[in-house]
Design a protein around this ligand. Structure first.
Ligand code: PMP
Length: 427
């Protein structure tokens, strides 16, 4: 029995499912999750001493590679000064100014400790600001596990949302409308019927939680338009896309200015961090300036700020994004070519340092229905084939892939060669 298998058995006695976040359990793809001992650059090393070229990057934060020496040094220096104060620091001001500089739509912002906290807080603020209760989200999007967000669509477009998890009151779920990503006509129809009840739209501007699905031209602009027309708050959840699809996030890439933005992952450099912010008028409603309550003992934690600030510095260096994007393009094109050689129905997407791999006959995947209609059993075999060859993809057909600047040409070529071998077995 491998060390990972032994640890997985042991873990299940004291941790539900043996993991502290469900997707890590390999439920979708089957098999035993690898227990990780350490990480460096583009690589993860498991407790059995196996090395993997990693395309998860801790689900996004490791955009400059694992254990980046400068980030580690910044954390080490900060730790010597104390781990948490529960009082304001100069580093928090610097972080707010840095984020504001990179994403000017975030005129004011507040740090939190996870993406979930950021989206929960942004939604409360949007509701408090507008005095409305209904929120709009999109099927296949994920915004963390806040109660209002664990909701699936009702039977009809305008019918009440249903809790997607026990423990979420139906009375709360009824305020969440779940629409189709990339369907502007549907969004307009819903706003025409209920627009003045809607507090906000929350959207992943590039959806990274149903594989990787970019917005079709005009979709994000249509969200901006309806929010303006009906006085709703447009929230871009850039927890995944922020600093990844472009330095300024999806809002810079597509030129659409949201009212509020939620961030996570990269701004913490791997430490537990999130942030939300946006228009001054809206952010001014937040406690202690305004009446909408939100707080956090560890918010703006000095170690997290040190790691995040160093990360912001690294990504702002010349050549960072060209390298990230070129790496991703090389990988995605190489995998596509290998699939074509094997004559497998397969397509890919890429936005900056994010990518999607789809086993499908569709030339382009732009909807939740298309993403879920892909050949999942084949993806699962592909995943395990790569894992056996030392390549670590997200253990689910519905997650995006994440590139880093630490991946070398050789890593990418090794990955493509492994994909070619596995595709040949899948024919
Ligand atoms: N929003 C998006 C777009 C995400 O992808 C995630 C998590 N992957 C979250 C919010 C929640 O973030 P966290 O897991 O840090 O709570």
């Amino acid at each position: 029995m491998s060390q990972s298998e032994a640890l997985f058995q042991q873990a299940q006695k004291t941790i539900p499912g043996g993991v502290n976040s469900p997707v890590r359990a390999f439920r979708g793809v089957g098999g035993t999750p690898r227990f990780i001992a350490r990480a460096e650059g583009a690589y993860l090393f498991d407790v059995d001493g196996q090395r993997y070229i990693d395309y998860i990057g801790s689900w996004g934060p490791m955009i400059a590679g694992h254990a980046h020496p400068e980030v580690v040094e910044a954390v080490r220096e900060a730790a010597l000064l104390g781990l948490s104060y529960g009082a304001p620091t100069a580093q928090e001001v610097q972080m707010a100014e840095t984020i504001n500089d990179i994403m000017p739509s975030m005129e004011m912002l507040r740090m939190v400790s996870s993406g979930t906290e950021a989206t929960m807080s942004a939604i409360r603020l949007a509701r408090g600001f507008t005095g409305r209760n209904v929120i709009v989200k999109f099927e296949g999007g994920y915004h963390g596990h806040g109660d209002s967000l664990l909701v699936k669509a009702g039977s009809g477009l305008l019918t009440f949302g249903q809790p997607s998890s026990p423990g979420v009151p139906a009375e709360l779920a009824q305020y969440t409308l779940t629409l189709n990503f990339n369907d502007s006509a549907q969004v307009r129809e819903v706003f025409a019927a209920r627009g003045y009840e809607i507090a906000c739209i929350i959207v992943e501007p590039v959806c990274g939680n149903m594989n990787c699905i970019p917005p079709v031209p005009g979709f994000l602009a249509s969200l901006r338009e309806v929010c303006d027309e009906y006085g709703a708050v447009l929230i871009f959840d850039e927890v995944m896309t922020g600093f990844r699809v472009a330095r300024g996030g999806a809002q810079a890439l597509y030129g659409i200015k949201p009212d509020l933005t939620t961030l996570g992952k990269i701004i913490g450099g791997g430490m537990p961090v999130g942030a939300f912010g946006g228009r001054r008028e809206i952010m001014s409603k937040l406690s202690p300036l305004g009446a909408v309550y939100q707080a956090g003992t560890l918010s703006g934690n000095p170690i997290a700020m040190a790691a995040g600030l160093k990360m912001m510095e690294i990504i702002s260096r010349e050549g960072f994004y060209p390298r990230l994007n070129a790496n991703t393009t090389k990988l995605v094109q190489g995998i596509q070519a290998a699939a074509d050689e094997a004559r497998l129905p397969f397509t890919t997407t890429q936005v900056g340092g994010m990518f999607g791999l789809f086993f499908t006959t569709e030339p382009q995947v732009s909807s939740y229905q298309q993403a879920t209609a892909c050949d999942i059993p084949t993806f699962n075999r592909f995943f395990h084939g790569l894992l056996e060859r030392g390549v670590y993809l997200a253990p689910s057909a519905f997650e995006a892939g994440f590139m880093s600047t630490a991946h070398s040409e050789e890593d990418i070529n090794t990955t493509i060669a492994a994909a070619r071998e596995v595709f040949a077995l899948l024919r």
